[in-house]
Ligand binder design. Structure first.
Ligand code: NAD
Length: 410
């Protein structure tokens, strides 16, 4: 509750951002797709593939998922066409080109991707470059029916981390050290199979990193220009699951229920990102990661509390709900009907995010990640300003970066 600390921050501008939207209206697009959830759900993959009417399947698996890929390969039977074991982060174009050629040679009409954002990213690279069926250009096309669309390659995703890529139509590919991203409904998985058994052995450091990424999807989703009340509800519940799940998994890493809670949170986080898109926080992290070679997840943990400090006051009610969700689902002081404490300031969200990241060892300072104070000044000058509820200029970026660099508690 340190709203006075925001004295120098300009007020929100009126418009698409943050205001009450029931009167002013909003538009929300539900994306097509099916989610199958449960311990042992890996064994449902072959049935789901059959249900899509698919003929031939390429399996893409991260190194740690070889055993799971063996199971899927055997259960796919005659539909199994080929397999790629081992993927590289950020989808290098060389790997994407090889995968596309293999998919084409094998004449596959689906990819089953087992792993984190990197495995799913490679599957997306294949699906994106398959010739588009005429009806695939709009988001609202019919779900499923992969086999009925000539030349399309559908994805069945089996995520084993919490990055949330499986729920989005967003693709990324890296050439010459530069990552390009875009949105294409063809890369949105037709079926997502969440099996908590598969993430039981995920190392705690990778767990924390991918949860930090997912938390950022939930929080930023409430203030982008495409934010809406339906997506707010998804983001709040996603943050609750991720906060509770992360604490529980750090206590007992192999607990199936807690691993399941994190996958559920990741599903909601990916959905929130898919609907709301990215804003100042993701774009700043992307810029810093690419320009100063900073680690992806730790950068999220350092930046998110600081961007939240600036943006949360523009969405005060949703920020209170998010803050309550991070507090084991209960507000610090329960208000009437168990609602979030009406006197809690929206900046409480920034504080709670900072405390969570600090407590789980996710890193809260850019200085600790190797960025120099000089880099902060340079980065603020070079960062290309984006649409944001608070108008962004170099001074505001410098303030955010300085606080993140110093690891200042919001
Ligand atoms: P990742 O897929 O690279 O996996 C991280 C590491 O964990 C890898 O070494 C992997 O082999 C290992 N691993 C994965 N599952 C495991 C398991 N169950 N047990 C043991 N080890 C396991 O990382 P990530 O965080 O899942 O994904 C990050 C990538 O996803 C980035 O490239 C990011 O840009 C992208 N991403 C894309 C979107 C989108 O919507 N397109 C959204 C979020 C992230």
């Amino acid at each position: 509750m340190k709203d006075e600390a925001l004295a120098g921050v300009p007020m929100a501008r009126a418009g698409a951002f943050g205001a009450a939207r029931f009167g002013s209206g909003f538009a929300h697009t539900f994306l097509p797709g099916k989610v199958v959830f449960g311990a042992g759900a890996l064994h449902r993959v072959a049935d789901e593939v059959e249900g899509l009417g698919v003929r031939r399947v390429l399996v893409v698996a991260t190194n740690s998922a070889r055993q799971a890929a063996d199971v899927v390969e055997a259960e796919l039977g005659h539909r199994f066409a080929g397999r790629i074991d081992g993927v590289t982060q950020h989808v290098p174009t060389e790997l994407a080109t090889e995968a596309r050629a293999m998919a084409s040679d094998l004449d596959v009409d689906a990819v089953v991707a087992i792993g984190g954002g990197s495995a799913i990213g490679l599957a997306k690279a294949v699906a994106r470059t398959a010739p588009a069926p005429p009806e695939a250009h709009g988001v609202g096309r019919e779900a499923h029916g992969v086999g009925r669309e000539a030349h399309s390659v559908g994805i069945v995703a089996v995520p084993t981390t919490y990055a949330g890529s499986e729920m989005t139509p967003v693709w990324g590919e890296t050439a010459d050290g530069r990552k390009s991203t875009g949105t294409d409904v063809r890369v949105l998985p037709k079926v997502v199979v969440y099996d908590p058994e598969l993430s039981r052995e995920l190392p705690l450091q990778v767990t924390t990193a991918s949860v930090a990424n997912a938390i950022a999807h939930c929080v930023e989703a409430v203030w982008t220009p495409k934010a809406d009340p339906i997506n707010d509800a998804v983001a709040v519940e996603g943050l609750r699951a991720l906060g509770d799940g992360l604490r529980a998994v750090l206590d007992e890493p192999r607990d199936l229920e807690s691993r399941g809670l994190l996958l559920y949170g990741a599903c909601l986080a990916g959905s929130a990102l898919a609907a709301a898109g990215t804003g100042l926080h993701h774009k700043l992290c992307h810029f810093l990661g690419g320009t100063y070679n900073l680690p992806h997840a730790e950068t999220h943990a350092a930046i998110l509390p600081q961007v939240t400090r600036v943006n949360a006051p523009t969405v005060p009610e949703t920020a209170r709900r998010l803050a309550a969700a991070l507090n084991n689902g209960t507000p610090a002081t329960a208000g009437p009907g168990g609602l979030a404490d009406a006197t809690a300031g929206p900046s409480e969200l920034a504080e709670r995010l900072f405390d969570l990241f600090r407590d789980v060892g996710a890193g809260t300072s850019l200085r600790d990640l190797g960025m120099s104070e000089g880099d902060v000044v340079e980065a603020a000058a070079r960062f290309v300003v984006v649409e944001n509820p608070i108008p962004v200029d170099a001074a505001l970026v410098r303030e955010i970066l300085h606080r993140a660099w110093a690891g200042a508690r919001p």
